[in-house]
Design a protein around this ligand. Structure first.
Ligand code: PLP
Length: 423
């Protein structure tokens, strides 16, 4: 092992604390964490010089590939002007341009205001607080509850976490959060009294952390109709699905739905910088005008960070100059074919699930029963896949394949080749 690797690992084990990680096992003497040092396209290299396919787009963030010259140049150019200025009391050129660009994806007079923050969780917090304050300012003081879907995931800050329907992550904090009614379907929703509901939140088309489970076709449209009838806000959490992952720029386009709040993060900067945006309508925005006490008192120090905005603009520019969505169509077909082959050939593949360029491969025992949880089969498969040059992370026993959109069919085949060997 190289001297640098040894030093970085030792410092990590001594001082760092990783997300969603049982630290006891991580710092165990027998565990050698990968130290990632370089990327190019859909490939990553570790500090020992080994090359890996980035099978989950670096936790669902990367879009056009690592080390992209256009994105690098946008960052460099902006850094030479200024890296950060306060958005509290000041505007900045890239934030203005980015807001104009983001609203241009939606029909006029729908989503026309952009509120910036730092990550997917804060994009959701902003939508929650805006919705609650909107109803207060409209005199509907009773609308203080949210509706969320069982097994949904919306982030880890306290507000966003209270909307989380994955009990193993969120149950212990439930008593500290906002009040939420959890449902599984439109039928469940219709059985609720909407009088106290501020907003309904959903991950459109597919629940990510719920082992990549797509919703039935038409569900999103039905949800929009419900919200219109019940007079409640619809929050779409496109933190995972945004920026081409499902085959269209935004998942909501596929059912011609426009929400009252749209939460974006992860792919907004192509996987380069932590940045988020919450888009909303004129109707919501106008309820915050008037007296100073009606303003939205929320913000972070790095709101509308110019480096983030510059690289987000370049990321959106690449969708046009590289014709990303058009090229993606055949890649989605290639992914389907590879998944079909896996499902047909490997007895431990219980089900494959796909939505655009997102896939979940659920592993079960030969008799169709789930593996005992303690066996951690998904984790073992991903650890073994790493030995064959594929990096990804399972959700329980579902292996996630969500590559950068720049991935070419032969690169995808290489990744599936690695997985095939393990399965
Ligand atoms: N919403 C969804 C649908 C997500 O998948 C995630 C993260 O995976 C989040 C919100 C939280 O985003 P972040 O990790 O950037 O806070």
């Amino acid at each position: 092992m190289r001297e640098d690797t040894r030093r970085w690992m030792a410092a990590d084990k001594r001082h760092c604390w990783h997300p969603f990680t049982p630290q006891g096992a991580w710092t165990d003497g027998g565990h050698d964490p990968l130290v990632l040092v370089r990327g190019q396209g859909c490939w990553l290299w570790d500090s020992e010089g080994r090359k890996y396919f980035d099978g989950n787009s670096s936790i669902w963030t990367n879009i056009h590939g690592h080390n992209h010259p256009v994105l690098n140049e946008a960052l460099r150019k902006q850094a030479e002007q200024v890296a950060h200025t306060s958005y509290l009391g000041f505007a900045n050129p890239r934030a203005s341009e980015l807001a104009e660009k983001l609203v241009s994806f939606f029909p006029e007079q729908t989503l026309e205001r952009v509120f910036y923050s730092d990550n997917g969780s804060t994009a959701v917090e902003v939508a929650m607080k805006m919705s609650l304050q909107y109803w207060m300012q409209c005199g509907s003081m009773k609308r203080t509850r949210f509706v969320a879907f069982n097994n949904g995931y919306h982030g880890d800050t306290m507000g966003a976490a209270s909307l989380g329907g994955v009990s193993r992550f969120f149950e212990r904090f439930r008593q500290f959060g906002v009040e939420v009614d959890f449902v599984s379907s439109i039928e469940d929703l219709e059985a609720l009294d909407p009088e106290h509901t501020a907003a309904v939140i959903i991950e459109p088309l597919i629940q990510g952390v719920n082992e990549m489970r797509p919703w039935p076709c038409g569900m999103l449209k039905a949800l929009r109709d419900y919200c219109d009838k019940a007079g409640v806000h619809l929050i779409l959490d496109e933190v995972m699905t945004g920026f081409g992952r499902t085959g269209t720029m935004f998942a909501c386009e596929q059912e011609s739905v426009v929400p009252d709040f749209l939460c974006l993060a992860k792919g907004l900067t192509g996987g380069y910088m932590p940045m988020a945006a919450t888009l909303t309508t004129r109707e919501v925005y106008e309820a915050f005008l008037g007296d100073a006490e009606n303003a939205f008192y929320y913000g972070h120090s790095y709101t509308a960070n110019p480096l983030g905005c510059a690289v987000a603009l370049a990321n959106l520019g690449l969708f046009e100059s590289e014709n990303t969505l058009e090229k993606l169509k055949s890649k989605i077909e290639a992914l389907s074919a590879l998944l079909d082959a896996l499902e047909g050939e490997k007895s431990r593949v219980h089900e494959v699930r796909q939505c655009g360029f997102i896939a979940g491969i659920e592993l079960r025992q030969a008799d169709g029963l789930s593996f005992p949880e303690d066996n951690k089969v998904g984790a073992a498969v991903c650890a073994e896949a790493r030995q064959h040059g594929l990096l990804t992370r399972p959700i329980r026993d579902t292996v996630v394949i969500m590559p950068p959109l720049c991935t070419e069919p032969d690169e995808l085949e290489a990744a599936f080749g690695a997985l095939g060997k393990v399965l």
